[in-house]
Design a protein around this ligand. Structure first.
Ligand SMILES: NC(=O)c1ccc[n+]([C@@H]2O[C@H](COP(=O)([O-])OP(=O)(O)OC[C@H]3O[C@@H](n4cnc5c(N)ncnc54)[C@H](OP(=O)(O)O)[C@@H]3O)[C@@H](O)[C@H]2O)c1
Length: 164
């Protein structure tokens, strides 16, 4: 079966900072609305730490998949413990859009396995102190198209030149 097309969608400051102690240090309602709109109705893949920060309401209109090395029993979520475990479900999601929404651990896992075809990245203009960092160098050679620019952030679409 061909690999599904999977898109990363995250926001990061100029150094790749994405979160501080389980929270996101900026608050841009329109950027959040963009994230909600893009992912509505689709499969959203995340790490267990990110899952713990997301309000349950978010999952009502989305199909959540949570990565954990532990056998978690979370209602309404599919829990997987490896990329192989994730790919074992691909038939289920064959006709669905799949978004990897973070955090850094899970984004890096998909990037290392070259499993992302696209990335929608919000580049936050201001720098913040934080605890979780996305390694932006993974995206260096990706082909960039600007989608939205505001005074606070720029949203770009990145295309993986080496997508399998
Ligand atoms: N700015 C953004 O766009 C954005 C998006 C999402 C999250 N965030 C922020 O990012 C931070 C969380 O990111 P994070 O990188 O610390 O954590 P994370 O990626 O959300 O979750 C890490 C957890 O995922 C599981 N995991 C990691 N690698 C795995 C593997 N190879 N196989 C199976 N399970 C694996 C482990 O869960 P177990 O410990 O249960 O085994 C690990 O503790 C928070 O501050 C959050 O607010 C920001």
């Amino acid at each position: 079966m061909p690999l599904p097309s999977i898109t990363g969608i995250m926001a990061a400051d100029p150094r790749g900072m994405i979160g501080k102690g389980g929270e996101i240090p900026w608050h841009y309602p329109e950027e959040l609305a963009h994230f909600r709109e893009k992912t509505r109705g689709h499969v959203v893949v995340m790490g267990r730490k990110t899952f713990e920060t997301v309000p349950m309401l978010f999952f009502q209109e989305r199909t959540p998949v949570v990565f954990s090395r532990h056998a978690l029993d979370i209602p309404v979520c599919t829990v997987v413990s490896s990329i192989e475990g994730f790919l074992a479900h691909q038939e289920e999601w064959q006709d669905r859009k799949i978004f990897v929404v973070g955090g850094a651990d899970i984004a890096h896992l998909f990037l290392k396995h070259n499993l992302l075809t696209d990335f929608i990245l919000t580049k936050i203009h201001k720098s913040y102190e934080g605890t979780a960092y996305l390694k932006l160098e993974y995206l260096d050679a990706w082909e960039e198209t600007i989608l939205v620019t505001t005074g606070n952030y720029t949203i770009v679409h990145l295309k993986n030149p080496h997508a399998g």
